[in-house]
Ligand binder design. Structure first.
Ligand code: ADP
Length: 188
């Protein structure tokens, strides 16, 4: 089994979640989607869910301390021992530092960070096409703005570290998966 720890970066609508699930299957390591974990918490009506529901509905980011608890708990689970794919974490420079600390404690390092690059007009088109129940165009715009402001700086950070791998996300799902498998420094 591949021993691989990946971060997937990409704007909302980049297909990051879809690709993380496909690559996860190919490599045999779990895909961890913090967005999905938070949506599950909201659906379950847990204390965490109540805390994050309004923030998510507005398209804003949940605070770094709350997300640290979420990701720390998830990475402590046994199924991540041989690796994992992170979809939606880290999303801020603060979260980058927290992730490095957690990985340090686990004696692990990131294998690579993958950026799925998609043109702005394609992102908006896709977002409007598959919008979730309560997504208004304004919330979709907010998510994109938050991505540009808070998350995009991570691209340069990881590039400087020599970890970044980029793929063109404007192609079909199958083509993007193939491109991803091609740039990863691991084999299935
Ligand atoms: P998208 O596919 O639109 O990027 P996700 O499913 O990854 O959305 O996440 C949905 C929402 O969950 C985000 O808009 C944000 O409110 C919250 N969220 C998920 N991951 C994080 C994170 N790492 N930090 C802060 N908020 C997060």
């Amino acid at each position: 089994m591949a021993d691989v720890r990946l971060v997937f970066l990409g704007a909302p609508g980049s297909g990051k979640g879809t690709q993380a699930a496909r690559v996860s299957e190919g490599l045999g390591v779990p895909a961890i989607s913090t967005g999905e974990m938070l949506r599950d918490a909201v659906a379950a009506g847990s204390e965490l869910g109540e805390r994050v529901e309004q923030i998510m509905a507005a398209g804003a980011l949940v605070d770094d301390a709350t997300m640290a608890e979420v990701i720390r708990g998830r990475l402590a689970q046994d199924d991540t021992k041989n690796g994992f794919l992170l979809d939606g974490y880290p999303r801020t420079i603060g979260q980058v530092a927290i992730l490095e600390q957690i990985l340090g404690e686990l004696g692990a390092t990131l294998t690579a960070v993958v950026l799925i690059d998609v043109r702005e007009e394609e992102l908006v088109r896709r977002a409007l096409e598959r919008r979730r129940d309560d997504d208004t165009e304004e919330v979709i715009r907010t998510r994109l703005d938050v991505y540009r402001e808070k998350t995009e700086p991570l691209v340069e950070y990881y590039r400087t570290k020599g970890l970044l791998r980029e793929v063109d996300g404007n192609e079909s799902i199958e083509e993007v998966t193939a491109a991803l498998m091609g740039v990863l420094p691991v084999s299935a």
